[in-house]
Design a protein around this ligand. Structure first.
Ligand code: NA7
Length: 535
């Protein structure tokens, strides 16, 4: 049609991580003219950037993988129960090669912004490195945890050593042997990096603000027999995964924490502790809903910290108090608490007696002393879910920027579209279950849904689709209602934007679980994309 000739591509996919590769694959296979851009020099997304020591997934490898190609599923062999960043990056490289996706992607190409043009019904997308292009649809596959936060400390520029953010780790090997190092931050990234840095560094200061609950990973090699067993029934496994709230396979609880004796309860916690991974929060049916039940798990983990950490004062400082287990993302570590028994490691408790006053040439100045270090590692996290979208200049149909439209929180329809921003979609962001479930599966489901939508637009000769304001309001209301009964509001966390000064405090993820989310989106499609205006 005349309109088609005005665009350089029908669909632009931004980002070549898990969701981006899934989008390129499905859209291309459905016959859409698709183009991908990626700011990095290769595929991998978050796993390309997070090269800090110990960077590892906390969902098991067989489930944390793309289901779209049975060939890839059979041909790729995971080596460990929980894959490290390097292996995941190699996997995504394999996927891109095997499914011939690389030719669709323009690497080292950074989107700076985009404007909707009503006359041509297209997005004009601008880049740092090349001339703007016009596309009919934009799909942001930019990840939920990809916009790093670098807190500003007074005198930061004066520091003579290196400052490294975990999510912007240099590609070349960083040798910390013999160095004095400070790590600021004890979330998932810090918890993984700290034990490994401790083995290399001459001295390590761990600067902790809010303690997190840390459970052991118990990572290990996957045996050939295990791999064979999974591959023999992989399709069935994928189907089962999609019926699970977590979108990965796990044992489901059948009893309340108070259906059993204290002894039995602790034996069950011990079993999950020994198995490793995050599933301990699903040991009983009411751990996520009853504060009393949750307190029994908190007490169990406190007991572990007391048992492992020799210095009782250090143990006390490491114990999270005042919020339920799971209200902040539970961290998965290897020898995390054990690391604080080392002579070269010191915990600096920023919520207790000591606080950072600034950086200077030789290290970090606190109100009590100078911590002399060669390197400072910022394990300080991300402007989660919205940051990557609101940092760009995305200008919608009424000339409003997305960051302004989202000033009061990320109002969205179905966790995928925004009123005022026609033909614009994002994956694994606010309003979707991505960060509360297996982000790979949730991303794939959204891509499948979008593929059907693009097919339907084409079949009907439509070139424009926009979420209605009322539908978006209803979706946000529904998502809020699901979150209200949960414990997520009982802690400061990136789920509610509490880690970014000035960010609106709204619970961003969809808390109803993966199957409920998938069902809702399917109902909308079956009703001819209710809540969207199309023409
Ligand atoms: P997180 O989980 O957001 O952790 C960031 C950590 O950095 C956390 O301990 C913060 O303390 C700390 N932090 C942040 N800013 C400061 C300042 N200014 N001073 C001291 N400490 C600070 O990020 P991660 O990268 O570990 O993990 C994010 C997700 O990525 C993770 O959940 C996985 O899904 C993958 P606070 O808790 O705010 O007191």
């Amino acid at each position: 049609t005349a309109r088609n000739s005005t665009v350089d591509a029908e669909v632009l996919v931004v980002g070549a991580g898990f969701s981006g590769l899934a989008a390129l694959y499905h859209f291309r296979n459905a016959g859409h003219h698709v183009m991908g851009v990626e700011t990095n020099g290769d595929v991998g997304g978050a796993w390309y950037n997070n090269r800090y020591p110990g960077a590892r997934c906390d969902v098991e490898s067989h489930d944390y993988s793309l289901s779209m190609s049975p060939e890839v599923e059979q041909e790729w062999t995971w080596s460990e129960r929980f894959s490290d960043a390097d292996e995941i990056r190699r996997y995504l490289g394999f996927v891109a090669n095997r499914l011939d996706l690389r030719r669709l992607i323009s690497f080292s190409t950074t989107v700076t912004g985009m404007d909707w043009d009503e006359t041509s019904r297209s997005w004009r997308v601008t880049f740092s490195e090349r001339d703007p292009i016009r596309v009919r649809y934009v799909v942001m596959a930019t990840g939920p945890l990809t916009s790093p936060i670098k807190p500003q400390f007074p005198g930061m520029d004066a520091f003579a050593g290196r400052i490294l953010h975990t999510a912007e780790w240099p590609r070349e090997e960083v040798d910390l042997h013999g160095h004095r190092v400070a790590v600021i931050g004890t979330g998932s990234s810090g918890v993984q990096a700290i034990p490994i840095i401790a083995e290399q560094a001459e001295r390590l200061y761990v600067l902790q603000r809010t303690p997190n609950f840390v459970v052991p990973a118990r990572n290990r090699p996957i045996t050939e027999a295990e791999d064979r067993a999974v591959k023999a029934t992989y399709r069935e496994r994928r189907a089962t995964v999609r019926t699970m709230s977590s979108a990965y396979l796990k044992e489901l609880p059948t009893q309340s924490a108070f259906d059993v004796s204290e002894e039995e309860r602790n034996a069950r916690y011990q079993r999950f502790w020994d198995l490793g991974g995050t599933n301990i929060t699903s040991a009983f049916t009411d751990l996520k809903t009853s504060e009393e039940a949750n307190a029994t798990l908190a007490a169990f983990i406190h007991g572990k910290i007391r048992e492992i950490v020799r210095d009782p004062e250090v143990a006390r400082k490491l114990m999270p108090t005042g919020y339920p287990v799971g209200a902040r993302r539970i961290c998965v570590g290897t020898n995390y608490y054990e690391t604080f028994n080392r002579d070269n490691v010191e915990l600096v408790d920023l919520l207790g007696t000591e606080s950072i006053t600034g950086f200077e040439a030789r290290g970090i100045r606190t109100d009590r002393r100078l911590l002399e270090v060669d390197d400072i590692v910022l394990a300080t996290g991300f402007d989660a879910m919205t940051g990557v979208l609101t940092r760009l200049d995305i200008k919608g149909a009424n000339g409003e920027l997305l960051r302004d439209a989202w000033r009061g929180g990320p109002v969205n329809h179905l966790g995928i579209a925004v009123h005022g921003f026609p033909n614009f979609f994002y994956l694994a962001g606010p309003g979707s279950p991505s960060v509360l479930a297996n982000v790979v599966t949730t991303g794939e489901q959204q891509v499948e849904w979008l593929t059907e939508l693009l097919n339907d637009q084409r079949d009907r000769g439509f070139t424009r689709i926009e979420a209605e304001a009322a539908a978006a309001d209803a979706w946000v209301k529904h998502a809020n209602e699901l979150a209200e009964g949960t414990m997520f509001f009982k802690a400061k966390s990136w789920y509610i934007g509490a880690n970014v000064p000035g960010k609106p405090r709204v619970f961003m993820p969809y808390a109803g679980g993966f199957p409920a989310y998938a069902r809702r989106t399917e109902e909308v499609a079956a009703a001819g994309y209710s809540g969207f205006v199309r023409s």
